[in-house]
Design a protein around this ligand. Sequence first.
Ligand code: KIV
Ligand code: ZN
Length: 407
Amino acid sequence: MKRVERIKIFDTTLRDGEQSPGCSMNLTEKLDLARKLQSLGVDIIEAGFPIASEGDYAAVKAVAAECRNVTVAALCRTAEPDVLRAAEALHNAARPRIHTFCATSDIHLEYKLKRTRTEVIEMTRQAVRMARDLAEEVEFSAEDATRSDIDYLCEVFDAAVAEGATILNVPDTVGYTLPNEFSRLVRTIRKRVARDREDITISVHCHNDLGLAVANSLAAIDAGARQVECTINGIGERAGNASLEEVVMAMNVRGDRLRFESGIDTRKIYSTSQLLSQIIGFGVQPNKAIVGRNAFAHEAGIHQHGVISNPLCYEIMTPESVGVPTNELVLGKHSGRHALALRFEELGYSLDANELDAVYRRFTDLADRKKRIYDQDLISLIASETRVSQAGMIGTDEREWARRVTV
Ligand code: KIV
Ligand code: ZN
């Protein structure tokens, strides 16, 4: 039997995810999420694009200072000021990675960059060389790789490798490719550029414009990619990125065919998804795989009967395996501290007596106004409670909290 291989999970919720409409986060929120991603077990957190704004610069710096057990990546174009800014933001990281990118498709070269193919190769060489002098690890992405001429794409990757890039990312920037096509592309890059070198990792970064981001990522893994770039809840530019929870659980549930593993603690998936929804102010659609409200709900009588007899009739994974609380206890105005503490524990939060008291007061206040309290409301309560105690400014935060809970 094929041995199980390790896939690195590169989370870009704080960069690609955050740059999509309605998903912006402030520094405190980015740090809250970064801590959660670290405890979830991602290998790399892409914390921002430092030259893009002061906020992104500060976020990368803060995440690098706080998250010492993961690699922290900063994105930059293949231009000197960009690379320097990324390196500066990563200065204190325990494991820094500069992630530099340049488009390689003719359409991007002609209309966006207004550069020739030769110029792009030179820009890549210079940026990777500079990045390699400033950080231990350099990743190079060929933007719009799936619409690039394959011979030229390999030439650009060759140049990046020659200058010291060890992670070659193949983005399907516009979500255009198909699984069999993408796996062929990854195999070609492996054969022609990486030549099965152990020190070179092929990474993939798939957008979901045709709803194929997860399928394409899995096809790429099967073809030899060993890093997947993804986001919580699949947020990201336009239709989003490959969803972390779907990629991880596909490997997990279908370990018979996909002989791969990640470092993700799957029991923390649901609470991470809920935290992100609370931060950005909107959740996933009810039927979203793995983390949607209906993902483990069974409505039809025939299904209910099957599940009661044996959950395996209609469930390919247990709700517990992804941290979805199965406790049927309905939380409302008559619930006590005990039930509340229990539900928080199921959601991955352990509260001391003082914290529980403070959150309980807010909970009863909310329960007076709302028939049903959802998990997202509870996480909102906790997040606002943390911010209140950090800021000592009850008024402002309570208004913010009231805006966010889903009445
Ligand atoms: O979609 C894309 O091509 C990107 C790159 C910067 C990796 O986000
Ligand atoms: Zn992207």
